[in-house]
Design a binder for this molecule. Structure first.
Ligand code: TMP
Length: 406
């Protein structure tokens, strides 16, 4: 693991540590039963703030190939995710795709969930490093290259230069340590009239109470529009529109173009920049206060669960997402078991806390008293689906930080 000394967006060396979550295992490294006795690596998890371009980023850098080639995460494991991205694909195609020959490239398209929805309307290409997700993507009829997307990829595949009418990157441009290089790669594959759409969790949500459990090694960046604007402009791209999306708490969908004349900027950009300024997203002290709030919230969560368990209550986790593993480890929550819809996670143990993960059916034949909603970003859909459990008296707990000054 390397420690970042330069900002991954602008290259500045004026980057300071603002949050420290201690040592953590990799949040997506689920453990097989036969490996339970083996030593498990723990790594520092600290967050830095760039005083020059205001980007917030992990300082402890992992090698992407250690994580993303054998990657357990599948978009299609969560029905709300499938619905969300398929709708997004159709909306973007309605707006930007004019011909069957237009090319749509998705960077980090995982198992092809999004592109499958528009495969009959245009040319499509998924570029994603995960072997398993790539196999599933191809099986859906989505042409897929199993590789990391960066400038080197574009240089080795020059055919794609200047070809894409639309480039999509959902929750992926937070995962790439050399972000400036990747964004330059996007610019290289875009046509002059092309549009780049990226969706990502919004830093303002984190500040206003969104889960701090979203801070983990894979998420190298916590984006604001302010920091992304300066990054994109540094490679000749400009943001012409932004939409707030109620997903993963609150996400932003950013529309980016190469050609300022074709697509003039709309008021939504200035509006969000102003909101971010009011929230102090360009100030170091905002994140130092966030670090203090995280510590307090962690203590509250630990004592709540400890108190309930002390009174003999059975508490299980709903979903075994990476962020859940951060919450479980940071607060040290020894839950009875976790359930998850991802087949590859079932039968394994959570990183760090080693809690067994089962198929969601387990909730029916071994019901708990309390469910900690680790996949809290899908709360509405899950509550809807689990009406019977709620009606039987099981209590659902949702981890969210309170928004208040410390
Ligand atoms: P994500 O928040 O990173 O998308 O991960 C959500 C995890 O929660 C993923 O492993 C699938 C799991 N999950 C369930 O187990 N049940 C559900 O109903 C949903 C929506 C997700």
């Amino acid at each position: 693991m390397q420690t970042r000394t330069e900002c991954g967006c602008c290259g500045s060396k004026d980057i300071v540590k603002v949050i420290d979550l201690g040592k953590m295992p990799f949040a997506n490294s689920y453990i097989k039963k036969e490996d339970l006795g083996k030593p498990e690596p723990y790594y520092p998890l600290t967050v830095g703030f760039c005083r020059d371009c205001y980007s917030l980023q992990i300082l402890d850098l992992i090698e992407p190939s250690d994580i993303f080639i054998d990657y357990a995460y599948l978009t299609s494991a969560s029905q709300p995710m499938i619905d969300h991205f398929q709708k997004m694909a159709r909306d973007l195609a309605d707006r930007f795709i004019k011909s069957h020959l237009d090319l749509v490239v998705e960077v980090g398209g995982n198992d092809g969930t999004l592109l499958e929805a528009i495969k009959d309307r245009c040319m499509i290409l998924n570029i994603d490093p995960s072997k398993k997700a790539g196999e599933l993507s191809r099986a859906k009829g989505v042409p897929t290259i199993t590789d990391f997307f960066n400038r080197q990829f574009v240089e080795s595949n020059p055919y794609w230069k200047g070809k894409a009418k639309l480039v999509i990157g959902n929750n992926v441009f937070a995962h790439i340590p050399d972000l400036r290089d990747a964004v330059q790669g996007v610019s290289d594959i875009l046509r002059d009239d092309g549009v780049f759409v990226l969706e990502n969790h919004w830093l303002g949500d984190l500040i206003q109470g969104g889960g701090f459990d979203q801070i983990y090694h894979e998420h190298c960046f916590y984006h604001s529009l302010t920091s992304l604007k300066s990054l994109l402009e540094s490679v000749g791209l400009y943001i012409f529109e932004v939409e707030m999306i109620p997903f993963h708490g609150e996400s932003m969908r950013i529309y980016v173009a190469k050609n300022q004349v074709v697509l003039p900027m709309n008021y939504s950009v200035d509006e969000l920049l102003k909101r971010e300024y009011d929230l102090g997203l360009d100030r170091e002290d905002t994140f130092i206060r966030l670090g203090r709030r995280i510590k307090q919230c962690g203590e509250i969560c630990s004592s709540l669960i400890e108190g309930l368990q002390g009174r003999g209550r059975k508490i299980v986790g709903y979903g075994a997402p990476a962020k859940g593993n951060i919450l479980l480890n940071y607060c040290h929550l020894p839950l009875d078991y976790l359930t998850d819809t991802t087949p590859a996670k079932q039968g394994t143990y959570s990183p760090g806390m080693h809690i067994p993960i089962y198929h969601p059916d387990k909730l029916k034949y071994d019901p708990p008293d309390y469910v900690l909603l680790l996949a809290w970003n899908y709360a509405d859909a899950i509550i809807e689906k689990e009406r019977d459990l709620l009606d039987s008296g099981v209590v659902f707990l949702t981890p969210r930080m309170e928004a208040r000054a410390v």
